[in-house]
Design a protein around this ligand. Structure first.
Ligand SMILES: NC(=O)c1ccc[n+]([C@@H]2O[C@H](COP(=O)([O-])OP(=O)(O)OC[C@H]3O[C@@H](n4cnc5c(N)ncnc54)[C@H](O)[C@@H]3O)[C@@H](O)[C@H]2O)c1
Ligand SMILES: O=C(O)C(=O)C[C@]1(C(=O)O)C=C[C@@H](O)C=C1
Length: 296
């Protein structure tokens, strides 16, 4: 079999947790990058990533990681992206690509664009794939296979840099879409951010029940509560930053959701069987369509 040449020669990952280590593992396994160097403010995590064989080199400083890199991918919580870019950009070579994997895009673009240096191309990205786990031991190479990666290049972005970033994500197995940061944040508010908020809320509600009640919930949590609460096990810092950085879109979707929930509350109170059955029939059809679209 003829092996394609690497899309990126030297790749630097800043933040080697679940996503950073998955990008690194995939890039190395699929030959998308010739060499992967990583830096993390948490020295233990960086050492673990190296010991696990998830990266080629562990850098002693952020500057060491990004010097000579062809592409730098920021894989830290979204609230940290601006400060990381401010430190990384001056140490990067002209022509190199700075990217990220953040779950929100408008605030990341607003934080990073003003601190860029001449000749560094900023191409934001969001792989819409993940799990409720964190840390380098939980990353895996196939995480992005068949999943979407959304690019939100700023107006006037270098087209060659956008194409290279898209080629990189395709080499990791992803399908690539391009949209504005604002559109991205609206869509993700309902498909990803609201489900997490609801899961955090329902687990919180259970915790606030009297002790014997909440222990009963844990004891009898079979399919329903267990499936529904999975997202509530996600990283607190990552999700704190998501909600602080996509405030408007999340509040808009939460408003709609709350109205719909109140309408259901009313239907239950008034014994409106028709309304309940009609909604549950529509949602069952929608769920089937979602699953079929995923399998197509
Ligand atoms: N978890 C998911 O399902 C998922 C999916 C897609 C995108 N994302 C995005 O990916 C990013 C990382 O999430 P994760 O799940 O890998 O989190 P994680 O907690 O597993 O890893 C984050 C890593 O960033 C490091 N870090 C924090 N500040 C840093 C800094 N200033 N410089 C260098 N390293 C720093 C942390 O020490 C940690 O190792 C977030 O922006 C998140 O929104 C997450
Ligand atoms: O499947 C999960 O556990 C996830 O949380 C993954 C998920 C999502 O909500 O779909 C979470 C955040 C991301 O930015 C992208 C993917």
């Amino acid at each position: 079999m003829v092996k394609n040449p690497p899309v990126i020669n030297r790749l630097a990952i800043l933040g080697i947790g679940l996503i950073g280590s998955s990008v690194s593992r995939a890039a190395r396994q699929y030959g998308a990058a010739a060499r992967v160097v990583a830096y993390d403010t948490d020295g233990d995590r960086l050492a673990r990533a190296l010991a696990l064989g998830a990266i080629d080199d562990a850098a002693a400083s952020l500057e060491d990681a990004v010097t000579d890199a062809d592409m730098v991918v920021m894989c830290a919580p979204v609230g940290a992206m601006g400060a990381i870019a401010r430190q990384a950009a001056p140490a990067m070579r002209a022509g190199a690509i700075l990217s990220d994997v953040g779950s929100t895009k408008t605030s990341v673009v607003a934080d990073v664009l003003p601190v860029l240096h001449q000749g560094v191309h900023f191409i934001p990205a969001h792989p819409v794939a993940g799990t409720e786990k964190s840390g380098p031991e939980n990353g895996f190479a196939t995480l992005f296979d068949g999943r979407w990666c959304i690019l939100t290049p700023p107006e006037g972005a270098d087209t060659a840099a956008v194409d290279l970033c898209a080629a990189f994500w395709r080499a990791l197995g992803s399908n690539v879409d391009v949209m504005t940061p604002e559109h991205h944040d609206t869509v993700l508010a309902i498909t990803s951010h609201l489900p997490h908020l609801i899961s955090y809320t329902i687990v919180g509600t259970v915790m606030d029940l009297e002790e014997h009640h909440h222990w009963e919930v844990f004891k009898y949590a079979a399919g329903g509560f267990r499936d529904f609460s999975r997202l509530a096990g996600s990283d607190p810092v990552m999700w704190r930053d998501v909600f602080l950085n996509n405030r408007d879109a999340v509040l808009e979707m939460l408003g709609r959701f709350t109205e719909d929930l109140q309408a259901l509350q009313r239907a239950i109170r008034w014994g409106d069987a028709e309304k309940l059955e009609a909604l549950f029939t529509r949602t069952r059809d929608a769920r089937r369509q979602i699953i079929e679209a995923r399998q197509a």
